[in-house]
Ligand binder design. Structure first.
Ligand SMILES: [Zn+2]
Length: 237
């Protein structure tokens, strides 16, 4: 995107031309006649959020931090002066005509974290399913063994059989594991929902909050020039 900067003849205001649209900014007589009419210099908005300023005619003079330039990469922290009378460019007026810029580089981490957490939940789900089938087999086995063991030993010597205690313990443990696996598995839908909510809140345009959808960062969002909703320009570095 480019802004042609110059002076509006007659009223001596700042003229900012973007495409075919000319915007006149600032009070009358705020721009001295050292600034060329309509096209003194050109300001290009770069993808990384910096600007490149270019002097448009040899007879014009464009200065950055006091030094004349032909073309220079600058940021809004640099002082830009135009013409031999050194009209100082007001960046705030420039920002009135170029779309707002927002840095979206943090969205790569948001997507990465979402993908990792989704993967973890899938693993948890698989583990819960496996544990559930194992524990039910174990419970049945323990109960069968217990009944068999107790029946087999009843009345053999009339004494206390330690195996009864072991069987009871095995049954308790397997029942415990089964309950735990069911509880863990029952938390998964809520965890999935929380993760999706977090993603929907954070994988968004920093300017207007529009959700970027489930598209990839590197192959999707980072290729977008601007927000589809608010048109804020995306900076990726
Ligand atoms: Zn937006």
């Amino acid at each position: 995107m480019e802004v042609i900067i110059g002076r509006k003849d007659g009223t001596n205001q700042l003229s900012l031309k973007v495409g075919n649209k000319v915007s006149i900014k600032g009070p009358q007589q705020s721009v001295n006649d050292g600034v060329s009419r309509e096209n003194h210099c050109k300001l290009t908005v770069n993808d990384d959020g910096t600007f490149t300023i270019e002097n448009l005619k040899p007879q014009n003079q464009t200065l950055v931090n006091g030094l004349p330039i032909a073309s220079k990469r600058i940021t809004p922290n640099d002082v830009v002066e135009l013409g031999w009378k050194r009209y100082r460019l007001d960046w705030n007026l420039v920002f009135e005509v170029i779309p707002k810029m927002v840095n979206i580089s943090h969205l790569r981490l948001v997507k990465q974290r979402y993908d990792e957490e989704t993967q973890k939940l899938t693993v948890k789900q698989g583990r819960a399913n496996a544990l559930r089938s194992i524990t039910s087999v174990l419970s049945m086995g323990a109960i069968a063994l217990g009944i068999f063991g107790v029946a087999n030993n009843s009345g053999s010597d009339g004494g206390f059989d330690i195996r009864i205690v072991l069987y009871a313990l095995a049954i308790l443990l397997t029942v415990g594991f089964t309950i735990k696996s069911f509880i863990d598995a029952s938390k998964l839908p809520q965890q999935r929902k929380d993760l999706q909510d977090w993603f929907t809140r954070n994988y968004t345009c920093p300017n207007c909050g529009k959700f970027m959808g489930n598209q990839d960062y590197d192959h999707g969002v980072s290729l977008m020039e601007c927000c589809p909703a608010c048109k804020a320009k995306f900076i990726k570095g």
